[in-house]
Design a protein. Sequence first.
Length: 400
Amino acid sequence: SLGFFNLASHYRPLFRVSGTICCRASLAMPEENGLHEALLKPVKQPTGITVAPAEGEVPPSKRSVDDLHDFTAEFIERGYHAEYASWRDGYLKWRKGDAKGAKGENDEVSHLKRKKSSFEYWYPTVSAFTFRRTCSYWITVLYVEGCLLFLWPSLFAHAWPHASDRMTYYLSKVPVLIGTTIFGIGIYMGYVELINMDTDTSEGRANFFWCDWRALLRLLQEKEEDDDDSIEDEEADTESKADSETNKVYWYQPLCSIAGWIIYLVGAILFQIANTSDMFEMMASTHQVMVEWPLIFGGFCFFLGGVCEALHNRVWANPPTTLVWWASMLNFVGGIDFWLCACPNWVGDWAEFIGVKGTVLYLVGAIISLCMWRGEQFGLSLIGNLNRVHRSAGTQVAVR
C-alpha cells in the first residue's frame, strides 16, 4: 500500500522517522525509468518542514482510489490471482461480520499451505486450472466426434447395401480410420492430463510421454509430505477429519487412474494399427496378424480400461446418483462390447449390433463427461482427485 501512495504522491515523502522523512515501497515495483531506485532511496529533509503539494495538485489523501495502479493483469499473468481472490473474499466476509474469514496473512507462505482436499491445492495457479480444463474439454469433444464417425459405416451399410467397392472404401473405411485417429487423440489428451498432475505448466514445461511415476502415485494417494505438521485450530481439525472420511482415497484408486489411461492408450494404438492396415489389400495371413489380432487385443484393453473406471469410482459402493457413476458404467459396458465385436467367432452375426451398441454407450458416456466438464469436474472418470474439490462461493478464476 505504501508503494501505491508513493506513486500517487509523485514520490513525495510520507512518513517521518527520527528526524528523517523516508519513503519506501513494500511491493516489488518495476525498475523502469529509475522508479525502483526512486522509491527505495531515502529522501532527507530537515525535521519540522512539511512539503506542501504543488499548486493545483490534489493532496494524496483526497485522491480517488481509481487513480491507483491496478495489478489484476499482472496477477493473472503470474498465476497469483486465484490465491489473492480467495484470500480477499474471506477477508471481506470477516470485515462484514461473518464468523469465518481469511486464515493467515496474505503472503506466499500462507497460500502455499494448502490442504489436499482444497481447490487451491489441485489448482495452484490459473495456468494449472486452464491446462486441466482444456485437456478435459478436448477429451470429451474428441470422444463424441470419434463415436459419431464409428457409427457412420453401419448407417452407410444399411442405407446403401449395394454400393460399389470404391464407394464403400471411401465412405466406410476412411471414416472409421479418421474416427479411430480422433478417438485416439482424445485418449492421449487424458494421458497427458494424468502425467502432468504434478507439473507446473505455468513455467512452459509439460510432460508428453513420461513422468515421475512414483511422485505421481504419491500425489494421487494424497499422502502428507510432513506428518509432523500440526493443525492451526480445533475447527480446522474437525473439518479435516470430516473431509478425510468423505474423500478417503483407497489404495487401488490411484493405481486404477494410472493403469486406466495407460491401458486405454495401448488399446487406441492397437486400433489405429488395425484400421490403418485395413486400408490396404493384403494376404489373409497378413490380414489376420495386422488387423484381426490388434482389434481383439485393442478391444480387450478397452474392456480393462472400463474395469479400471469402475474400480476407481467404486460403482458397487456408491448409488447411481452422480454423473461420474453413469459415465464409468457406460464406458465399462461399452468396453465389453468393443471387445466382443472384435471376436466374430464368438458372437457370430451379432458382432455388428454389439459394436454399434458399444459405440452408442461410449457416445452417451462422452456427453455425460462433457456435462462433468461443464461442472468443473475436470478429472472425468479416471482422476477422481480433481472431482472432489470445488471452488468456494464468490471466488472467480480468470481464464484467458
